[in-house]
Design a protein around this ligand. Structure first.
Ligand code: FE2
Length: 408
């Protein structure tokens, strides 16, 4: 009896200790952040949607590390408006920066707006964006996982591809925009994407690489000041989980990393999403989340997320779930061979490539390629094309008349 007791005690200590040693790096190791000083000039300028996507935009930017009165000067035809803001000081592990945001409302259909930002003596160049008209079609690019541990060269290629699309209304990023939550990687992302987020609204999901690991598991404090999103999500995900409604489309963004470590957050997200989907009467429903409901690689299964959210996606007929994390292209059409919903897409455009291992009937995999998706919706169809940085089309899915057409 005594031996059994000693054996059980040993096991209960040894197994957690081995597991902790094995997972220590994955759970707790953070790359150190080099000390940085934020220059007093406006950078990290992002245009994003207000909750009313037809009439509201938000402009956010960073400038220096002291609080001061700043302004956005916004011009539309002969009208000029000044929007004042005070900014917020954001401290990180290695420095501090002041972030600003202005909220533009009552914007008019099909009008071009130009803006510049003013902090003391420093004024930016003019940037511009156009509000949507009464076009029936809406299109956007989805960029799954761009996590670039190098110098952002691949992102620069991506920017060139993005700039070919003069008709897209916005860009969606599926998390892991950066390799790790340090100023250096934020600099890489903004330098590589320069000229895009100032004029096209950015819709971003969080990824695990934007979180600081540890017992408290915190999102990089820069994230919510960089990507300023509607606060219409659940209490536990305000500004990170949110819904954007367009004429024919509901776009729902979920902070899957934060949820994964918190049963309370999972519950509140489930409750919120169920309520939103119940009352949603849009023709098309698309969910964006970093972690795949169906993982393409072994040992990376997100069982709890699948268990919690898949029944909701199916019951309320979500059409598409756009994901990242697995660094490959993986299309899973559920209810195969019958065309059913939803279709799950894992995609990435990153120097990191993982080897996909799982494949069942109806699945489609592309590995070692950098892909993004061109997605368009109108009242009759939803069309997704997966395109490589080599300009090849790797996948083409058309949803219309309650059917899904695709190449097997
Ligand atoms: Fe990633």
């Amino acid at each position: 009896m005594k031996k059994l007791f000693i054996f059980l005690i040993s096991i209960s200590i040894v197994i957690p200790a081995v597991l902790l040693a094995y997972q220590w790096r994955a759970w707790f190791h953070n790359s150190p952040e080099e000390a940085y000083v934020t220059p007093h000039r406006q950078d990290r300028i992002i245009l994003s949607f207000g909750e009313d996507t037809e009439h509201e935009r938000i402009i956010s930017w960073r400038c220096g590390s002291t609080l001061e009165e700043a302004q956005a000067e916004v011009v539309c035809e002969k009208d000029t408006c000044f929007y004042s803001t005070k900014g917020e000081l954001v401290r990180t592990r290695a420095g501090e920066s002041t972030f600003y945001q202005v909220f533009l409302s009552d914007l008019q259909f099909n009008k071009k707006y130009s803006y510049r930002l003013i902090n003391g003596q420093d004024t930016t160049m003019w940037y511009s964006f156009r509000m949507p008209g009464d076009e029936k079609k809406l299109s956007f690019l989805y960029i799954g996982d761009v996590q670039d541990p190098e110098d952002g060269e691949l992102l620069s290629q991506l920017r060139k591809s993005v700039q070919q699309y003069t008709d897209v209304n916005f860009l969606v990023f599926g998390g892991d925009l950066i390799e790790s939550p340090t100023d250096k990687y934020w600099c890489n992302w903004f330098r590589s994407m320069q000229g895009v987020p100032e004029r096209l609204p950015i819709v971003a999901a969080t990824g695990n690489h934007e979180y600081i690991k540890g017992f408290s598991h915190q999102l990089d404090p820069r994230w919510c000041h960089t990507f300023v999103n509607p606060k219409n999500g659940p209490q536990s995900g305000k500004g990170r989980s949110y819904i954007l409604n367009f004429k024919e489309l509901s776009l729902i963004v979920l902070d899957s990393e934060q949820m994964s470590g918190s049963p309370a957050s999972l519950y509140s997200h489930h409750f919120w999403l169920k309520r939103e989907l119940e009352k949603c009467h849009k023709k098309w429903k698309i969910v964006v989340m970093h972690h795949p409901i169906y993982s393409a690689t072994k040992g990376r299964d997100n069982t709890v997320l699948r268990w919690i959210f898949r029944p909701l996606f199916e019951k309320y007929k979500v059409n598409l779930v756009l994901e990242g994390h697995d660094h490959c292209y993986y299309r899973k059409i559920t209810n195969y061979p019958r065309a059913g919903s939803p279709v799950y897409i894992v995609s990435s455009c990153s120097p990191k490539h993982y080897r996909p291992q799982k494949k069942e009937d109806g699945d489609y995999i592309v590995s070692d390629k950098d892909l993004y998706q061109y997605i368009s919706v109108d009242e009759n169809k939803l069309h997704l094309k997966s395109i490589g940085l080599d300009n090849q089309i790797y996948d083409d899915i058309l949803f219309s008349n309650n059917k899904i057409r695709y190449e097997e």
